[in-house]
Write a protein that binds this ligand. Structure first.
Ligand code: SAM
Length: 281
């Protein structure tokens, strides 16, 4: 990320969610605040998506990962979890759509510049910052995340649900695993949903590999290159060794089977983008 500037990829992920509302009517993921939070940038994001049909695959992936994460979070809330952590929150609007509940707290952690930009956009869009939201500024590559969260009021003794979407690919592998180690050590236990990409060389289907290469080139141009690719089997093994006992890993084919079971042409199971849910005991 460029020093002192709000994340470009946060704007781009939010643009996909806004375009999904405008183009597909929120078919896969309904987010009534997605367009509003973008303000003047919404129109451009929607126009770009309409003009470039090749953006549809990524837009659907972004929509499905949010749908899966929020469904999991809402299940956890129904089961009694009251502490939600949104890591690398960007312009995500989950915290602002959640109905208040007794004891509910949502912590949004991000780079300070991205966080400042988000809060300015919220104010401009007249989206109130609910009393249950707290903001924590932190850089995953520097310093101790747990210390920052505790200083911001998070109680590691309470079970925590974590949404960590669209962030891992932009971090170093060390920072990704350091984050998982830190979460696994929360004494109250955690459930986390995040997404990651397999190394491009592992992707056999040329069309999918080209799609990933083109996307990598685009994000690198914006100053936020992909830095971390994970092998699924290795991630599972390391997650187990950290104490994650429940691991649900969905590749694109599994996501499509879950949310678009009736489409005629399905992606083949295999390497590419994944969404994973893991929980400690
Ligand atoms: C692609 S955006 C995803 C935002 C949001 N989670 C979403 O799904 O729309 C990546 C986010 O990760 C954050 N990020 C990237 N590198 C970071 C770092 N080293 N420390 C803290 N946040 C970081 C950016 O500020 C940005 O909000």
């Amino acid at each position: 990320m460029k020093h002192g500037q709000a994340s470009r990829t946060a704007l781009s992920a939010a643009g996909h969610r806004a375009a999904h509302q405008a183009i597909e009517g929120g078919l896969l993921f309904a987010d009534p605040l997605a367009i509003r939070i973008l303000g003047r940038d919404a129109e451009e994001a929607i126009a770009l998506s309409k003009a470039r049909p090749e953006r549809r695959a990524l837009r659907f992936f972004v929509a499905m990962r949010s749908r899966f994460a929020e469904e999991s979070a809402r299940r956890a809330i129904e089961a009694g979890v009251r502490q939600i952590l949104v890591l690398g929150a960007g312009l995500d609007t989950f915290a602002y759509r959640l109905e208040p509940r007794e004891g509910l707290r949502v912590f949004e952690l991000d780079h300070p510049a991205t966080q400042r930009d988000k809060r300015a956009r919220l104010a401009q869009a007249d989206i109130a910052e609910p009393a249950h939201v707290a903001y924590v500024a932190h850089d995953f590559e520097h310093g101790d995340m747990t210390d920052a969260l505790v200083a911001g009021g998070l109680d590691v003794a309470r079970r925590t649900f974590v949404l960590w979407l669209g962030v891992a690919p932009y971090l170093t592998e060390d920072a990704v695993y350091a984050t998982l180690v830190a979460l696994a050590r929360f004494p109250g236990g955690v459930e986390v949903v995040f997404d990651y990409a397999n190394p491009p060389h592992a992707i056999e289907e040329a069309r999918v590999r080209d799609f990933h290469r083109a996307m990598a080139a685009r994000v690198a141009e914006s100053g936020e290159p992909f830095r971390c690719f994970l092998e699924t089997a290795l991630l599972r093994e390391r997650a187990r060794s950290l104490g994650f006992v429940e691991i649900e890993d969905l590749d694109l084919a599994a996501l499509v089977e879950l949310y678009l079971p009736h489409i005629p042409v399905k992606p083949r199971p295999g390497p590419g983008g994944h969404v994973v849910r893991m929980a400690t005991g």
